[in-house]
Design a protein around this ligand. Sequence first.
Ligand SMILES: *[C@@H]1O[C@H](CO)[C@@H](O)[C@H](O)[C@H]1NC(C)=O
Ligand SMILES: *[C@@H]1O[C@H](CO)[C@@H](O)[C@H](O)[C@H]1NC(C)=O
Ligand SMILES: *[C@@H]1O[C@H](CO)[C@@H](O)[C@H](O)[C@H]1NC(C)=O
Ligand SMILES: *[C@@H]1O[C@H](CO)[C@@H](O)[C@H](O)[C@H]1NC(C)=O
Ligand SMILES: *[C@@H]1O[C@H](CO)[C@@H](O)[C@H](O)[C@H]1NC(C)=O
Length: 384
Amino acid sequence: MYLISSRFIRRYSKPRYYCKRDLLISWLIVIIFLLTISFNLEKSYSFIQKHHSSFYSLYSTPIAKRTLIIVRTSHHCESRLKYLLTSWISRYKDKQNQQNIFLLTDHYIKNSSYDKFANVILTNCPQTHNKFDLCCKTANEFEFYYNVTKDNNQFDWMCRFDDDQYLNLDNLYSYLGELDSSIPYYIGRTSTHPLGIHGLKQKFRFATYGGGVCYSKVLLKKLRLYINKSITPNECVKTGLSDDAYMGYTIEHKLNVSLTVLNDRLHSHLEHLDISFRRLTLQNLLQAITFGFAWDRYQLSWMPIIHEIIQLAKQNLNNEHSLMLLWNFLRDYEKLHPENLTEKFDDSCTSYHKRVKAAKTPSKTQQLTTRITPVEKITVKKIV
Ligand SMILES: *[C@@H]1O[C@H](CO)[C@@H](O)[C@H](O)[C@H]1NC(C)=O
Ligand SMILES: *[C@@H]1O[C@H](CO)[C@@H](O)[C@H](O)[C@H]1NC(C)=O
Ligand SMILES: *[C@@H]1O[C@H](CO)[C@@H](O)[C@H](O)[C@H]1NC(C)=O
Ligand SMILES: *[C@@H]1O[C@H](CO)[C@@H](O)[C@H](O)[C@H]1NC(C)=O
Ligand SMILES: *[C@@H]1O[C@H](CO)[C@@H](O)[C@H](O)[C@H]1NC(C)=O
């Protein structure tokens, strides 16, 4: 009876017993499931954390962080820097935000505008404006890129500009953001005619440095074999090419990579006023990536004003008419009030003062030559 009863109990209590056990097992499963999820989440999270930088750079790093910007100046031209700081670099008053912008110079002037730049690269290049010096600075620009990308190549682009240029950063970024930096890109404003050098059958084009130039990551990698401080300055002198022309020779001729011409958006100080600035509409202004300034045309002191017009346009797109009037007034002002250049010189660079003073009675032609020493003019003469 007992056995029966016991068996009975066992038999009939089974379902209840199983029921409890099932419940326990179910709970265990749920707990294990939850633990697994949380563990997996933690794992995925730490995986993402660990690979954050590479994920980030691949898919979501803003183009600004992937673009290295170098602005070349000389200690002779310190007075130009304040215009950069009150225009396109103004939004970077907070030095923290100048992370990707580097000023490259030959000498640091203490207690000057230099102090307002977060990043200054010093070169040991001679402080003149001849081919050797300019090519030395160019080699330094590349060396700097290779230095900063040695351990972690976060920069897909390297763009270099001069100190007498306005740069519309938003336009630069939106333009580059559309391009694939794993394609060799050499982007710039081309000289009007292709150049030739002695002993070379084919002519080549080059991007004038006065208009701003961008190189993609893959092209920079290729250029590493060709551009360095020990060889490039001497090669420039040997070939008789200025730094920008030498880059064109290396890229178009040696590397067989064609220049991507962006003449309608990149502007240099060497353009003819009548076919360039004087014809720019408000739309042209807003679409441009760079403007070149020079003492005898759109002066550097106009840079902050032009910058303000561009900023206003961003905030007030429906006020186009007022902006157009403002821009046209500024644009036409120069035409209606041509400068009397007699006995004047570019006073934004002290080196030009000396040269003009050195000439006993400088004729207008001499003064014009003095101010146009920037390289493109020299090389243009070489056109065959
Ligand atoms: C730095 O410049 C300021 C204003 O330009 C001047 O008052 C100050 O004496 C200068 N300091 C040095 C160390 O030259
Ligand atoms: C690149 O790094 C080397 C070695 O640290 C240094 O000597 C050189 O000055 C750097 N060049 C530039 C342009 O930053
Ligand atoms: C510089 O470039 C030249 C020409 O490509 C090469 O022969 C030389 O080894 C390079 N020098 C250095 C220090 O990289
Ligand atoms: C240069 O590139 C073009 C097109 O990209 C190609 O057709 C040509 O064969 C190349 N020339 C040499 C010498 O590699
Ligand atoms: C230009 O300026 C010079 C000296 O400043 C003066 O002698 C000359 O008359 C001026 N020419 C014109 C056309 O105003």
